[in-house]
Design a protein around this ligand. Structure first.
Ligand code: NAP
Length: 264
């Protein structure tokens, strides 16, 4: 299958590690020029180096951007428009919200999470849509969470704000589908990234277990029997971000090893 990504420009947030980095690498492998962003100058520069090594000849631009701020969102999108003359594909991704139970978060924590999870998406889309329309369309994918379908016990900020992201993007998908901007969400289940491994370590400590025992308990709940690897997420994400995707929009799909036990 030709993904139609050769010569396209893709912007990827939260790309110094984890799911964002893996998706940027896959997009580059398919021939897209990639603009990658994260908060740390050192980590994003080293990710760009890693990517160039993994995909010889890859066209990569590293941008330092805190996507929980308006300036950071502008820096990522302008990295594409100023650096490459336009934008075709956008992965909406960044750090996840803090862990905690339903009443643990104070107002400051809610505001921080609102900026990082919901407003980051709104702000990037305000800038990305005109750039995509100027090139005859685009593809957008948001990294969400299974929390949208089934709340995660100690992640109330994700349970609440990811649902708002999905609602916002569904509205946009309806408004822009006829103009060839296709917008979807892909929820990871549990991938063995820094975020998941450090959450496992924290949960293990609370329960007096070893991190390995907590990981085993968690993996036993996944029909495939293991955590996903970031490149497995990246393959699904790259299709949804590609121009081979011509008829999927406004969907929220899962890449979770069967973890969600619901029928739909
Ligand atoms: N892994 C999973 O199984 C899983 C499951 C459900 C949901 N998710 C969600 O998927 C997203 C990615 O997860 P991951 O596992 O890939 O996380 P990760 O391994 O911790 O990587 C997060 C990436 O985001 C960057 N980042 C963090 N805050 C940022 C900000 N404000 N602005 C720009 N970049 C930022 C980090 O780099 P810097 O530190 O350099 O900024 C890093 O590159 C998160 O939102 C997470 O909640 C993941």
């Amino acid at each position: 299958m030709d993904l139609g990504l050769r010569g396209k420009v893709a912007a990827v947030g939260g790309a110094s590690a984890g799911l964002g980095y893996a998706t940027a690498e896959e997009l580059a492998r398919e021939g897209a020029a990639v603009v990658i962003a994260s908060r740390s100058a050192e980590r994003i520069a080293s990710a760009a180096e890693r990517l160039r090594h993994a995909v010889p000849g890859a066209d990569v631009l590293a941008v330092v951007a805190d996507l929980s701020t308006p300036e950071g969102c502008a820096a990522l999108i302008e990295g594409a428009t100023a650096g490459y003359g336009g934008l075709d594909c956008l992965l909406l991704n960044g750090g996840g919200p803090k862990h905690g139970y339903a009443l643990d978060a104070d107002d400051a924590a809610w505001h921080t999470a609102l900026d990082a999870v919901l407003l980051a998406v709104v702000r990037q889309m305000r800038l990305a849509l005109p750039a995509m329309l100027a090139r005859g369309g685009g593809r957008v994918l948001a990294v969400t969470s299974t929390s949208v379908r089934q709340p995660i016990p100690d992640l109330v900020l994700s349970n609440s704000l990811r649902a708002a992201v999905v609602g916002f993007l569904k509205s946009l998908a309806n408004e822009y589908a006829a103009r060839n901007v296709l917008i979807n969400c892909l929820a990871p289940g549990r991938f063995g990234t820094d975020r998941v491994l450090s959450a496992d370590a924290a949960r293990a400590e609370r329960q007096g277990l070893s991190p390995e025992a907590e990981a085993r308990r968690s993996m036993a709940q996944i029909p495939i029997g293991r955590y996903g690897e970031a490149p497995e997420y990246a393959c699904a994400a790259t299709f949804l971000l590609s121009f081979a995707n011509t008829y999927m929009t406004g969907t929220h799909v899962y890449c979770d090893g069967g973890q969600l036990r619901t029928v739909l």
